[in-house]
Design a protein around this ligand. Structure first.
Ligand code: ZN
Length: 331
């Protein structure tokens, strides 16, 4: 890694790596998307195959002048070491992968990487110069979907924490989740009651009626079914309380709730907002959670911004050779 940064005006390639899809974009210095490509993630073929697929995506969108690659990836990513600290089995063999080094070696370009939620969250941080007081914003970003992830920025700086794990809001103890097994192996964590599968499972526990997807529970709640309504509201309240407590702890200026679960609608967001507000100390009483500003490009744009702030991991031997010698079409 090095302190040198890509030229602010030069294009950067952003890669968003998820369990099912890789999205790639060539992003100009002003944030304009110049080229894009997406392909399926070879999730069952192992880490080397995923690195090969990422390099293939780079090759597709690359243009002369490209200075660096930013990767927003699933799993716990340590930007300092450029490795995947831990991950679920969504991508086989992903934990322990030398993501930045592997991609730099394949492409000949320097690589910065981070967790996908944190990269998207960074696009929600307002420019500190717009704030008026010169202090960066303290932000809590929650992504409530099939899990509960998140990111925390303090005074405008995104926290990475030990092993890159900062922001894992889903693994806060939650009274609503008391006794429930969490995906991390502990019991009583927020994710176990508030993630989509947690809400669905709670509905089934209360009603005895099987439900395979959150959408089904949401539809029953919209129809006035009391167990479905109770499960949705409890999940929302659990998130609201946890975030309200964190807002007090950190002195948050901005709280963003993203992910698929809030799309249930007003039943969910009203319950979350009320529970959040009930926790706030007096100086924060006007604070309310907001939806993300970013559109569908937030993850690739966040990825493309990573090389400007995070450690760059360089390819093994470039010795002043032209950039991207490895990008020529393979024989
Ligand atoms: Zn947990």
């Amino acid at each position: 890694m090095t302190a040198s940064r890509p030229d602010a005006g030069a294009p950067v390639i952003g890669l968003d790596l998820g369990g099912t899809k890789i999205a790639a974009a060539l992003v100009a210095g002003d944030g304009a998307v110049l080229a894009r490509h997406s392909l399926p993630t070879p999730a069952t073929s192992g880490a080397e195959a995923v690195l090969d697929a990422l390099a293939g995506a780079v090759r597709t969108v690359w243009a002369p002048g490209t200075t660096a690659i930013g990767v927003a990836a699933a799993g716990v990513i340590d930007p300092r070491t450029g490795t995947v600290t831990s991950a679920t089995d969504t991508i086989r063999g992903w934990a322990g992968t030398a993501l930045a080094a592997g991609l730099a070696a394949r492409t000949g370009l320097p690589v910065a990487c981070d967790n996908d939620v944190r990269a998207a969250a960074a696009t929600e941080l307002p420019d500190p110069h717009d704030g008026g007081n010169g202090r960066g914003v303290t932000m809590i970003y929650a992504a409530v979907g099939t899990g509960v992830g998140g990111a925390v920025a303090v005074d405008g700086r995104m926290l990475q924490g030990a092993a890159g794990i900062a922001g894992h809001l889903g693994h806060l103890p939650s009274p609503e989740a008391d006794g429930l097994l969490c995906t991390c192996g502990a019991t009583g964590h927020l994710e176990a009651i508030a993630a989509g599968p947690g809400i669905t499972a709670h509905y089934t526990r209360m009603s005895g009626v099987p439900a395979d997807r959150l959408e089904r529970v949401a539809a029953r709640a919209a129809g006035g079914e009391p167990h479905a309504t109770a499960a949705v509201v409890l999940g929302a309240e659990a998130v609201g309380r946890a975030l309200g407590g964190l807002a007090n702890t950190l002195g948050a200026d901005r709280v963003v709730i993203g992910g698929g679960v809030p799309r249930i609608g007003a039943l969910y967001t009203d319950a979350l907002d009320a529970a959040f507000a009930a926790e706030l100390m007096a100086p924060l009483r006007k604070l309310r959670p907001v939806p993300p500003r970013g559109g569908p490009d937030a993850a690739v744009l966040g990825a493309a911004a990573l090389p400007r702030t995070l450690p760059l991991h360089h390819p093994p031997t470039t010795t002043g050779a032209p950039r991207c010698p490895r990008l020529s079409p393979q024989p």
